[in-house]
Design a binder for this molecule. Sequence first.
Ligand SMILES: Cc1cc2nc3c(=O)[nH]c(=O)nc-3n(C[C@H](O)[C@H](O)[C@H](O)COP(=O)(O)OP(=O)(O)OC[C@H]3O[C@@H](n4cnc5c(N)ncnc54)[C@H](O)[C@@H]3O)c2cc1C
Ligand code: SF4
Ligand code: SF4
Ligand code: SF4
Length: 397
Amino acid sequence: MIQLASRELCTGCGACAFKCPKSSITMKENGQGVVYPHIDATNCIECHACEKACPILNPLSDHEPQRAYAAWSNDEEERRTSASGGVAIEIYKYCLKNGYIAVGASQNEDFSVTHKIARTEEELRPFKNSKYVFSDAYEAYPQIRQLLKDNEKVVFIGLPCQVAALRKLFNDHENLLLIEVVCHGTTPLSYLRQHIHYLESCEGLQAKRMSFRDPDTYTFTFTFTLYNEAGERFYAQQIKDGDNYQVGYHKAINYRENCYHCSFARVKRISDICLSDYKGLGKYEPSNYGNEKVSCILVYTPKGQTIIDNLVSHGLIHVDKKPIQEPVAGDRQLREPSKKKYPRFVFENMMVKTNYDYENSMMVTKKRMKRHNMILQIVNLPQRLIKKIMRFCYSAR
Ligand SMILES: Cc1cc2nc3c(=O)[nH]c(=O)nc-3n(C[C@H](O)[C@H](O)[C@H](O)COP(=O)(O)OP(=O)(O)OC[C@H]3O[C@@H](n4cnc5c(N)ncnc54)[C@H](O)[C@@H]3O)c2cc1C
Ligand code: SF4
Ligand code: SF4
Ligand code: SF4
């Protein structure tokens, strides 16, 4: 009997499918639009290679962070058009010039996100910026295997669970540079598609391109935008405007179930370098700049440190060394996974009741969230009043 990771823990990384010698495993959406491995038992020879390849069933060794930096690209345009400081694109460009082949997440015309190979700077462009949706890194595994066989150097940037899959598949291959971005969860593609179709029908237009953090409305405002065929923006809403996707994503409501149990959201990591938005800047050490468009680099291995040192010595990025506990204290996802709270439970319930209708489920969830917050405010009012009175009494002394 083959026992892969449970539905609660499976990240959809596809390492099991890649390792199957009989191609008996396919990665596909279940009835609720969530991607999981599916085993065709008629073809299975019970070799258990799939179980052995699973990074959830076989946890990997990890490293403590060695250094922390606040950092950004010295190229203003690269910085503006990247999610935070534009460090990822500088790593890619430097690596390309130094004989690496790059692998990164690129959004397709149907809005799905796939890891692709880039050999030129032009091919790197689609990798830029965060795509807050499930991505299928497994599409690139066969090419990565071939490249490593051919003695090529490969730089991969992706989510921590994808980096874990690559470490499991290719061990500590000296030609593989693994970089992860801090991650609070990914949403099934089917939810994103439903949201886009809903907006298209409201506007009577077809979306040809989208962004989760549009540089034209400043990436730090987390604006969800849609563009039509002519390249005109016809939708732009932020979390505060109540966009059903951004609220669901940034309030940890609409993730895959496994993201709430993510074993990779911790200080110790399995990659060479970890990139994130710099949260908590100035908490431990004074900073004379704000954290907008500033990335945090956590270096985990000597291989990672060499790359960062080279980027600095070539004048590609600016770095300021920081105490490691500063970003760790500032970013919850560097310590623990996202928590399931009241809105997530409402959403789960509504998805079942509405036969997995994302828009309707989010509408109801938002209404209940509002009511819940109001009740909390009323319940906490006496406590807040007492605190205010005490503060006033002390200051009047
Ligand atoms: C799903 C997701 C969740 C994130 N959660 C957090 C968080 O909680 N806290 C935090 O501080 N930072 C988070 N980040 C990281 C942050 O958004 C920036 O990516 C990071 O700060 C690096 O910024 P950058 O400007 O250097 O590069 P960017 O221009 O953002 O590029 C970074 C790289 O991310 C990869 N990437 C983009 N989308 C995906 C995807 N869907 N799947 C796999 N790889 C992808 C691309 O290959 C690209 O090379 C998250 C990123 C993603 C993709
Ligand atoms: S046991 Fe072997 S043949 Fe069967 S699904 Fe797993 S890897 Fe494939
Ligand atoms: S290898 Fe990845 S896709 Fe397969 S069961 Fe494990 S976590 Fe899920
Ligand atoms: S939260 Fe964890 S499991 Fe979910 S996508 Fe991010 S790294 Fe993968």
